[in-house]
Design a protein around this ligand. Structure first.
Ligand code: MTE
Ligand code: MO
Length: 262
């Protein structure tokens, strides 16, 4: 395994700087790569793939910066969908989301759903973090929610699970293809990251509709479009091939990079 890391290291041209942190479960890191390690071409094929692996190598499981109360900026500017109009969502909203259930599906041992109350009764985490949108703005906001890892401990991922897909209530676009549901995804490192939460609170208030009520996921080391709002189902998968156009997200299917680490 160390040989693999070494050759890859030289390959990427990183020299030795900062690589002591590679001790982080080196084997886990390259698990998904093992079967493909003979083909360096495969490895280089996509720039995004390279970015992903380099970042995972260097950043490991580091936390995103957290800020103080005084640094909270301008509320949380709503962007993308801000008021979903699907029948299902409108019905839930009319009842103040009392009937909402977050569904866990796909490659989980225990497919299970959670009411908002159940999620709120689990351990919570509050963090003040910066949200960066690719459109060139950022906000610092305080998020409260249930660590996703705590829920994953309950539903238990099957060994074949490699990613989580977040399915949302809102739809975007009205072209020939008609409206398409927003969706996003992350790998299991981000899924289990301590700052990855199922957020139901924003700046000490209940998460408003404009920012993703009743549940929006915070994946703090990723760009804005990787922070799905209005989530109704979290599906564990081993590939994205059967979801949307197969690139792992609404915007990824339209050209954005899947790994938007910051
Ligand atoms: N369901 C859903 N999630 C979404 C979007 C969306 O349109 N629908 N937009 C994304 C983008 S591009 C950004 S910048 C953030 C905006 O989050 P905010 O409205 O809380 O500021 O949500 C992301 N998550
Ligand atoms: Mo964004």
């Amino acid at each position: 395994m160390s040989k693999l890391i070494l050759s890859r290291r030289r390959f990427i041209g990183l020299g030795t700087a900062g690589l002591s942190s590679v001790a982080l479960g080196g084997c886990d890191l390259f698990d998904g790569l093992g079967d493909r390690s003979s083909s360096a071409r495969d490895f280089l094929e996509k720039a995004n793939d390279l970015t992903y692996r380099v970042q995972r190598l260097l950043i490991g499981n580091a936390l995103a910066p957290e800020y103080s109360e005084s640094e909270i900026r301008q509320g949380m500017r709503p962007n993308g969908s801000t008021n979903p109009q699907t029948d299902e969502y409108l019905a839930l909203k009319a009842n103040n989301f009392a009937d909402y259930r977050l569904q866990f599906a796909g490659l989980v041992e225990t497919p299970k759903s959670y009411s908002l109350e159940e999620l709120r009764n689990m351990p919570s985490r509050t963090q003040i973090t910066r949200h960066d949108c690719v459109e060139g703005w950022s906000c610092i906001a305080k998020w409260t929610g249930t660590p996703l890892s705590a829920v994953l401990d309950e539903v238990k991922l099957k060994p074949s699970a490699r990613y989580l897909v977040f399915h949302c209530y809102d739809t975007l676009g009205s072209g020939r293809a008609g409206p398409v549901s927003y969706y996003e995804s992350c790998d299991l490192v981000d899924a289990r990251h301590p700052q990855t939460i199922l957020a139901y609170g924003l700046n000490d208030k209940v998460l408003p509709v404009s920012n993703g009520a009743p549940i929006r996921v915070r994946i703090e080391r990723q760009l804005g479009y990787k922070q799905p709002k209005y989530v109704h189902t979290i599906e564990a998968v081993d590939s994205f091939s059967s979801i949307g156009r197969g690139k792992g997200g609404y915007w990824e299917d339209r050209g954005y990079e899947w790994y938007a680490g910051i």
